[in-house]
Design a protein. Structure first.
Length: 71
């Protein structure tokens, strides 16, 4: 009985770890470069430009909060 609980816990932790890694890889390798590319090609100036240029930072902070929130 104890070994079944331990195996279930290990499987759950492994699945969570794989899920976290997938989210981080997609966020860092796909989302952030696309957002950076779009914000560089858009000719937005002033306050709106400043806020748009901060989007990659906000995405990175959100990814960190998702990872921290899971534990």
């Amino acid at each position: 009985m104890f070994s079944e609980e331990k195996t279930g816990f290990k499987a759950q932790v492994t699945k969570q770890f794989i899920g976290i890694m997938v989210v981080i890889i997609i966020g860092v390798a796909v989302v952030i470069p696309v957002v950076i590319n779009v914000t560089e090609t858009a000719s937005i100036t002033g306050t709106a430009g400043t806020l748009v240029n901060l989007l990659p930072l906000f995405i990175a902070v959100a990814l960190i909060l998702v990872v921290v929130g899971l534990y």
